[in-house]
Ligand binder design. Structure first.
Ligand code: FAD
Length: 140
């Protein structure tokens, strides 16, 4: 059975761009091994991540991530069974928050600053679907 899990978290204050690169490299390596795909959005202060794959594999990866001190306040925004993957090409795709896509991040958000904690599951899913189409992806 395939599931999709989406969560948000706050970036720990000590985290640098190099830490995000290390997280991505590690995610791509580990996720490919267990058939998990997805995307990681990083805005500088927030992470928004989508994980897709088998239910057990996604649960295991999420529980490992949730205890990572490089972020805090992880909150599940959506967990659902899915028929097919949206991010099947990406062991972990990356999308940064840039001046070009700022409007897209705010399109689904009720606040003036991007705040995934305030978004509905449907809005978060719609944002990720749009980001998949237009964002700059790194590290296939
Ligand atoms: P290692 O190979 O031991 O470490 C990988 C890299 O991370 C190394 O550079 C290491 O120095 C560094 N690192 C590891 N743990 C810490 C730590 N506690 N503090 C600081 N640096 C550390 N892992 C996945 O497998 N898949 C994911 O999709 C994924 N997404 C993540 C998203 C976010 C927002 C965060 C914060 C972490 C994510 N991780 C992910 C990392 C996860 O939390 C674990 O660190 C990782 O899975 C451990 O795997 P490993 O033993 O192979 O890592």
């Amino acid at each position: 059975m395939l599931v999709r899990l989406i969560y948000a978290s706050r970036v720990a204050s000590s985290v640098t761009r190099a830490d995000v690169d290390a997280i991505l490299a590690c995610s791509q390596r580990n996720n490919a091994r267990v058939g998990v795909t997805g995307a990681l959005c990083f805005t500088g202060t927030m992470f928004l991540q989508c994980l897709e794959g088998g239910r057990q594999a996604v649960n295991e990866v999420y529980h490992r991530i949730a205890g990572d001190p490089r972020h805090r306040d992880p909150a599940l925004l959506s967990f659902e069974e899915i028929v097919a993957r949206e991010f099947g090409d990406w062991a972990m795709g990356y999308v940064g928050h840039t001046p070009d896509n700022r409007a897209l991040f705010l399109k689904y958000c009720p606040h003036a600053e991007f705040d995934p904690y305030a978004m509905s599951a449907a809005s978060v899913r719609a944002l990720l679907a749009e980001l998949l189409g237009v964002a700059q992806w790194r590290g296939k």
